[in-house]
Design a protein around this ligand. Structure first.
Ligand SMILES: [Zn+2]
Length: 222
């Protein structure tokens, strides 16, 4: 199965997906064809210090997607803001930026995000699995995150990566939607009432810690 970075780079920058894979990428662990892969000696400079975060050390090859995404500030610029998402499936992706030249270091966030998609929007129209989902949690950044976005095979229980805190969250889609709908059905005006209502929902719906976190992110990023 293709990795998130392979699908995203394929959609946005026309990087070909491997047709007849005969190995795996050392950086994202996705399938690759050795004939169109890069060797570490061609990619890593003498200053290379990231060997410790290599995902698949048994391979001596780097896939075209990981090579193309190399060394560009876009890798951090594209992290969604708090409560917004970035995702890729086999046939679709967001943000829908196409023709991105990852060698162009001047690309702005606005050029990448013509529109924003909230986590709430995403939960209303989840793509066909498998897909990889990145949820913005505000603050921080990490240029290497695209290699670590997990692929999901379910539309009911999703595991996503929260950026930039580099945390994995697993949540039940139905529970989260129910909890948010209940929140919206209640009247509360002061910050104190809001806080109490959220605490009650967390307790009554028996939300997991990750769900509690996401509910708060959705409410407070509106
Ligand atoms: Zn790769």
């Amino acid at each position: 199965m293709h990795t998130f970075i392979q699908l995203f780079m394929h959609h946005t920058s026309d990087i070909p997906l491997p047709q007849t894979p005969d190995d795996f990428c050392r950086e994202c662990a996705g399938p690759l064809g050795r004939a169109s892969a890069t060797l570490p000696a061609q990619k890593y400079k003498d200053t290379w210090v990231d060997e410790g975060i290599i995902l698949y050390k048994n391979s001596g090859y780097i896939c075209p997607a990981c090579s193309a995404a190399n060394g560009n500030p876009i890798r951090s610029t594209i992290i969604p803001t708090k409560g917004r998402v970035m995702w890729a499936s086999q046939n679709d992706f967001f943000p829908r930026c196409v023709g991105v030249d990852w060698k162009d270091k001047s690309i702005s966030r606005q050029q990448l995000y013509q529109a924003e998609q909230t986590l709430e929007d995403f939960l209303q129209s989840i793509p066909d699995p498998p897909f990889g989902l990145v949820i913005g949690s505000g603050g921080g950044n990490n240029k290497h995150f695209m290699r670590y976005v997990p692929m999901c095979y379910s539309t009911e229980t999703i595991t996503a990566i929260l950026m930039g805190g580099f945390e994995y969250v697993t949540f039940r889609v139905g529970k989260l939607i129910e909890a948010l709908d209940f929140y919206d059905s209640q009247e509360c005006t002061t910050p104190r009432e809001k806080k109490e209502l959220i605490q009650n929902i967390i307790k009554n719906y028996e939300l997991w810690t990750a769900e509690e976190r996401l509910l708060k992110i959705m409410i407070y990023s509106r």
